[in-house]
Design a protein around this ligand. Sequence first.
Ligand code: NAD
Length: 340
Amino acid sequence: MSGKTILITGGAGFIGANFINQFFESYPHYKIVNLDKLTYAADLKNIIDPGVSQYEFVEGDINDSSLLQKLFEQHNFSGVINFAAESHVDNSIKGPEEFVKTNLNGTFNLLHRSYLQWMDGPHQVKAGYEHCRFHQISTDEVYGSLGATGLFSEKTAYAPNSPYSATKAGADFLVRSYFHTFGLNVVTTNCSNNYGPFQNREKLIPVIIEKALSNKAIPIYGDGKNIRDWLFVRDHCSAICSVFFKGSPGETYNIGGDEEKTNLDLCHTICNLLDEVKPRTDGENYAELIEFVSDRPGHDRRYAIDHSKLTSELGWQPNYTFEQGIRETVLWYVDRLSAG
Ligand code: NAD
């Protein structure tokens, strides 16, 4: 019989840590085991530990089959939510191998362990394990790049362009195959760009804020006209809960914020907020620090998400406007950087 313990992988990263903190606000009767390899992107300090009866951290790799077997036997998980990934596109260009290992092989390893634990064979769920669910956290980048118009829907053909998005796409296909071939209860969510507290300093928004506050050039790729749809991380986390608890088996759900911005507009918005909350001592505006640098190879031009399936079928809505979320985010980074 499965219990109310969920395995979260990659929970010490940006979205995973936000998810764990937020999850306990709504589901205090669950226990979470957080399995994380603690790569450079992890920071355990971001998790508010609610105590040993509710939360346990395990340092380890999702590629370690014997560790997974031990954890599944020990905790009898009723669900797995797989956040663990190498997630930075620039790193996937410099060194794709780790992306294949974690994003593709690691997801396979988790899927197969879930299958062995919860099922007796293809389409034969063990008694008591009927509601056990595997949730894959994926990205809108699997769909490739859009022109000036159009939106990615769940029916859009996959066309990943970077080693990062290719490994995420491959993982999504493995998840799909475990549903169709074995009947494993899976769901997949494909989300747009997240922003908010706890993001690693290598990503665009923390880079803009950190460079600005240290009076250094703020690098913007190419002409700055690449468009992303931005979603506040807490809204991503609430959408994950909707799908994990209410989504239909085998389905995928797109998650987005209807907030398309060019990188340049995003950068100007952040600079304007910084001018307001922490003005430069020399009286100049932060936007004067913006500097265009050579474009990223294969840089996707535009992403935009149609999340109507999630909204109409599961009733999810974002709670934050971009203006609210980005202000909260900027204030958080200003505080954190001021604290040293
Ligand atoms: P992140 O890089 O901040 O965190 C990833 C976490 O995974 C880290 O704590 C790291 O230590 C852990 N990890 C890496 N390899 C591991 C392994 N082999 N075994 C166990 N743990 C491992 O990433 P994030 O931004 O929090 O993204 C989380 C998930 O959400 C990823 O799957 C990513 O593809 C997806 N996603 C991210 C965004 C975004 O805007 N950040 C948008 C859509 C989807």
